[in-house]
Design a protein around this ligand. Structure first.
Ligand code: FUC
Length: 800
């Protein structure tokens, strides 16, 4: 309290932040304040976030905390006797009475309770300034993703005003500094509020404290403290006022009672942490110290990857630049900025110790009932958030998701037994989850009845090992994978051809029409579920092998995997989505979900080298789906075209995703794009598209999913490292450093005129793999800390 922050005044012009080679292309900037939320700029420390509007007179920071969810745990969301209806559902499907099967599923295989709980806003911090007379001029606001600091600068009358804002992970606080070039000219009223269930009180001499709750389970506290140089602070009721200060620093901390702990009813967080964190932030001694600690903490992650895709038109405000990209003006730098912005968003919404993972809006959501509850939709959206975590060198940001998966085992065991029988082993997650450990199906069709969530989440558990080679980690999560696999080993059924399939089965949110013109959503053996179970059994077997354990179980896994009905090619040459060749009968050929292409990406069952016929079929399916979609759908297609090694087609999808839009209505098809603040538009805002884009760029420049067996160590999974597998002609010259490849590698790549010039492969842990480029290849075996530099012909030019 009363700490005098020594505030030196670094000039806030862009030239002051030359920390990176292409520093100017790491800045989102605008010459107007934000009027709408989709124009405001996000900061976040993983848990605590703000959207900054940058209004000169009436500034608003819309606040979020990743744990602020409405309602209470819904521990009894399963239909207890659902399993007793499983035989009749399966029978109806086998007898091809698909409408009956759908009705039975709706009646008996959904959840009997509603799904009302939503992620919510934490509130608003409003600053109402008394500005000197005269008009506002020379306005600029920005977000520098190179150091994760936002700023606002303008003149009012003849005085210059500046603001710097960041959300610091080491301090656990949002920090804001206000300065002016004229002494005593900072006067403002500060208000901390929330539209529901909260009260604010002034605590003398300089603090506001807001407390409240979102229901019976979760309470929160937000503390705001103002430190000034010069001037006076007065408080009154629920606000405080600063009069005539030279400078001000505003610190904001928050805490909630939430804990990711199913056994404790998701309680255990301590509200006193808000005050403790405030004291810890104050003990840093100065604004500069807080800022330096924040920048050091953030850049240790962000600076791992640098990307240069060519010309970057940084002269225009970002919203204009985005519009002009859509006009066809070549600005590959915008794709590079959008790529790095996605990495920024992941670091800012999913720090390693986050109490919850990044949700469908990351941590940024304004409202009390957010779109689709802003939850963790496991039929694509949740996983897409984490597609770039490993490949773009942010493996630690994956951890909140991996911890959440562990926490779903107990409720998922209940769901497995309720729907598949009391003796069913293992655990399962259906179409979504949330902060309260939801694992049940939904209350309706077509989204609700789909049981692929656990398999897809386990792919992420495995991938963290595939990239990190951390065997102790693998040992710790293996039982979770094993449980998910045991569930499916017990619940696969034999199809008419004797092959293993799932039943009932859906292809997320899509419907089929049979040749006899019956339209339904429920069948058996839909391609995606078969592919996801294949993937789960395959990854679990690889995990057991790598750990050298469970030989009998390994055999069971691989036997069942090899007995799953193979992927099928239909009459149009497409990869069949259903258990019948019905794709061409569809009433919605361009459906946004491309679920049956899971085995191409993110799965690895289809590769252009090992299964070229299936890859061609996947290509046909993609063509049938078309090049439009919702934001995340476009992003998925970028990754799929990259896996098909068609860089130009992937780039076309990127351009579609980088379409300027301000549409925030819910549109289910073909309106995907990008908002002025570079948030992805489903529409409405959904962050999955931002993350899917990052992964798409990674897949265009580097792939490492194709496996080979090393006869010397057959138990170890080994990978080809494919350089520039889908380089588009729009990026003739460029470089990327710091990408990660499976097998424990870090890869730097440079190219010129569309051709590889240099690649540097290094490995902290030591690693063995095969590097490929075009028709050339080279075996790589690196000791811990070793590296190899190759030229464009893959000849070794340096080794360490
Ligand atoms: C699934 C998708 C929708 C949306 C929602 C959050 O239901 O089909 O397009 O992304 O999740």
């Amino acid at each position: 309290m009363g700490l005098a922050l020594a505030i030196a005044l670094p000039c806030l012009s862009r030239a002051e932040f030359p920390t990176k080679a292409n520093a100017a292309n790491l800045v989102l900037w605008y010459d107007q304040p934000a009027d709408k939320w989709i124009q405001a700029l996000p900061v976040g420390n993983g848990r605590l976030g703000a959207m900054i509007f940058g209004q000169p007179e009436h500034e608003r920071l819309q606040l979020n905390d990743v744990t602020v969810w409405s309602g209470n745990p819904q521990l009894d969301a399963d239909r207890k006797d659902a399993y007793t209806h499983l035989p009749e559902i399966r029978k109806a499907i086998r007898e091809k009475r698909y409408k009956d099967a759908e009705n039975l599923c709706r009646q008996y295989f959904t959840s009997p309770v509603g799904y009302p709980n939503s992620y919510q806003t934490l509130g608003d911090l409003n600053l109402d300034f008394t500005l000197p007379g005269g008009s506002v001029s020379d306005y600029r606001r920005w977000l520098d993703i190179g150091d994760a600091i936002a700023g606002v600068q303008f003149k009012a009358g003849s005085s210059q005003f500046s603001r710097e804002i960041f959300s610091s992970a080491p301090a656990g606080a949002i920090v804001q500094r206000l300065t002016s070039d004229r002494k005593g000219s900072l006067s403002f009223k500060l208000k901390l509020s929330r539209g529901q269930n909260a009260q604010t009180k002034f605590v003398a001499p300089n603090t506001l404290v807001m407390t409240g709750n979102t229901g019976n389970t979760l309470s929160f506290e937000v503390d705001v403290r103002v430190l000034t140089k010069g001037g006076q602070i007065k408080g009154d009721g629920d606000h405080l006022a600063v009069d005539g200060a030279d400078e001000a620093v505003i610190l904001l901390t928050a805490a909630t009672t939430y804990a990711l702990d199913y056994d404790k009813g998701f309680k255990g967080g301590d509200l006193s942490n808000a005050g403790k964190q405030m004291n810890a932030a104050l003990s840093q001694g100065s604004y500069e110290a807080l800022r330096a600690a924040h920048v050091a903490d953030y850049t240790k992650y962000f600076d791992r990857v640098h990307i240069d895709l060519g010309k970057a038109d940084t002269s225009k405000p970002t919203n204009e630049r985005l519009k002009s990209y859509g006009d066809g003006n070549a600005d590959p730098g915008l794709a590079a900025l959008f790529y790095q912005f996605g990495r920024y968003l992941l670091i800012s919404s999913s720090r390693p110790n986050n109490p919850l993972p990044s949700n469908s809006q990351g941590i940024w959501g304004d409202g009390f009932d957010l779109p689709w509850k802003c939850d963790y939709k496991s039929n694509i959206n949740y996983e897409m958030n984490y597609w770039p975590a490993e490949s773009s060198n942010l493996g630690e940001m994956h951890l909140p998701m991996l911890r959440m998966t562990k926490e779903l085992v107990k409720p998922g065991t209940k769901t497995a037994q309720a729907y598949f029988g009391p003796n069913t082993p293992g655990w399962v997650v259906a179409y979504t989850t949330n902060a309260w450990g939801w694992t049940s199906p939904g209350e309706g069709l077509p989204w609700g009845v789909w049981f692929g969530g656990s398999a897809w989440m386990c792919r992420h558990l495995w991938e963290h090992y595939a990239y990190s080679r951390d065997t102790a980690y693998l040992r710790s999560i293996y039982p979770i994978m094993k449980g998910a696999a045991e569930f499916w080993l017990a619940n696969l059924v034999q199809g008419e051809d004797g092959k293993l399939i799932t039943s009932p089965s859906t292809s997320p949110e899509n419907s089929f029409t049979t040749d006899s013109n019956v339209t339904s959503t429920v069948t058996e053996g839909a391609t995606m579920e078969r592919a996801m179970v294949w993937d789960l059994l395959d990854n679990t077997a690889k995990a057991a092998k790598a750990l050298g354990i469970d030989p009998d179980f390994q055999q069971k896994l691989t036997q069942a995997r090899d007995n799953i009905r193979p992927l099928q090619i239909g009459k149009a040459g497409q990869l069949m989505e259903w258990n019948g060749d019905w794709d061409l009968n569809s009433h919605d050929m361009h459906h946004r979900h491309v679920s049956h292409l899971f085995p191409l990406f993110p799965g690895d069952q289809i590769t252009v080298t090992a299964t070229p016929d299936l890859a061609n079929a996947a290509k046909k399916s993609l063509e049938l789906r078309g090049d439009d979609g919702t934001g995340w759908s476009l992003a998925w297609k970028i990754n799929l075209w990259a896996r098909l090694r068609d860089g130009d087609h992937a780039h076309k999808l990127m351009s579609n995703q980088l379409r300027f839009t301000e549409n925030t209505a819910t549109v289910m098809a073909d309106a995907g794009g990008t908002y002025p603040n570079l948030f992805d538009a489903h529409p409405p805002f959904q962050i999955d598209g931002n993350f899917g884009f990052v992964s798409g760029v990674d897949e265009m420049l580097l792939q490492s999913q194709v496996r080979y067996t090393d006869p010397a160590v057959p138990n170890q999974d080994r990978y080809y490292i494919d350089l520039l597998p889908a380089l588009p002609s729009a990026w003739p010259t460029g470089s990327i450093t710091g990408l990660r490849a499976r097998g424990g590698f870090t890869v730097d790549i440079a190219w010129r005129n569309g051709t590889l010039t240099t690649a540097r492969i290094s490995s902290a842990s030591g690693g063995v793999g095969k590097v490929r480029y075009g028709s050339r290849g080279i075996d790589v075996k690196l000791p811990p800390g070793g590296s190899l530099t190759l030229n464009g012909s893959l000849a070794i030019v340096a080794a360490k």
